[in-house]
Design a binder for this molecule. Structure first.
Ligand code: ZN
Ligand code: ZN
Length: 291
């Protein structure tokens, strides 16, 4: 071993998207964070999904030096959100360890009409058979769009960026973000779209981030997208407790597993772990300004 190699520190990575406040971690959070640190994952961003979850994320950030918080209201929970979430967002964002707003965005994966399917429809119901379901879907989408806009407005006002969740709603999400693109950058987390979509996002000044799906046998399309993504335009995340990478697939995920994700990402990019570490950490520090 040469002198240089001896002096080189192990590569450091950040978990830029974790749900540490979820009940899956309640029994052993200090151990989960210690395992992450031992694996070289020395910053973890805990993402809020509603008001209470965001408050818990802030509390964890106050308690653990390596933990930071993102505060917001997940689109899938939009119907439970207040009509105007902006005052609460402004208040939450005052905490110095809040590094962005989110996760916010649009999610059309499970629309209300989907849960009506299979149920017996009243024959006497007015209008065409699916009118009620379509109305519910419309109301749900409108509420999500309104909530997303509120996050973007407050982000622009406070000069923070947004962690963006989109599922089956790409065009609407891009269109909404585009209106704020001169003031707010977004990271499309758990990115699973193609290279052309990644390029549209990067062209707007936004970023993408990759989860353990990168390591899945059937994740070749996502590895192809990563191949096309410039080294300074993406971050790594677990989205734990979900999406554990190989060889933990199917188990509860935790921030330490960014290590496994980084190993596959370095292979795909054809770079060293040190290069990947430097690039992704600098990208994260620029995006999450208070990190
Ligand atoms: Zn998400
Ligand atoms: Zn998430």
């Amino acid at each position: 071993m040469t002198q240089v190699e001896k002096r080189e520190k192990p590569p450091i990575f950040y978990d830029t998207h974790a749900h540490l406040d979820y009940p899956e971690f309640a029994q052993e959070l200090p151990q989960v964070i210690a395992r992450a640190e031992a694996a070289g994952i020395n910053k973890i961003i805990s993402i809020g999904t509603d008001l209470e979850s965001s408050k818990r994320a802030i509390k964890l950030a106050e308690e653990f030096p390596h933990v930071f918080a993102v505060v917001g209201w997940h689109p899938s929970n939009a119907m439970e959100a207040p009509a105007d979430f902006r005052p609460a967002l402004r208040e939450l964002a005052r905490q110095p360890k809040v590094v962005a707003l989110g996760e916010t965005g649009l999610d059309y994966h499970r629309l209300p009409s989907a849960s009506l399917k299979g149920k017996i429809q009243e024959p006497a119901a007015p209008g065409p058979p699916n009118a009620q379901g379509q109305e519910d879907d419309e109301r749900y989408k409108q509420k999500q769009a309104e909530l997303f806009r509120q996050h973007l407005e407050v982000a622009a006002e406070l000069r923070l960026n947004c962690v963006i969740h989109q599922r089956d709603s790409l065009q609407d999400t891009l269109a909404q973000l585009r209106r704020f693109a001169d003031r707010v950058r977004g990271v499309f987390h758990c990115f699973a779209n193609d290279a052309a979509t990644m390029q549209q996002i990067v062209a707007m000044g936004s970023l993408v981030s990759f989860t353990g799906i990168l390591t899945f046998k059937n994740g070749q399309n996502i590895r192809d997208t990563l191949t096309a993504t410039p080294l300074d335009q993406f971050m790594l995340e677990t989205d734990c407790p979900y999406l554990a990478p190989v060889p933990y697939r199917g188990k509860r995920c935790e921030p330490a597993y960014v290590k496994e994700i980084s190993e596959v990402a370095a292979q795909v990019k054809g770079c060293s772990l040190q290069e990947l570490s430097r690039a992704t950490c600098v990208t994260a520090e620029k995006f999450f300004q208070r990190l």
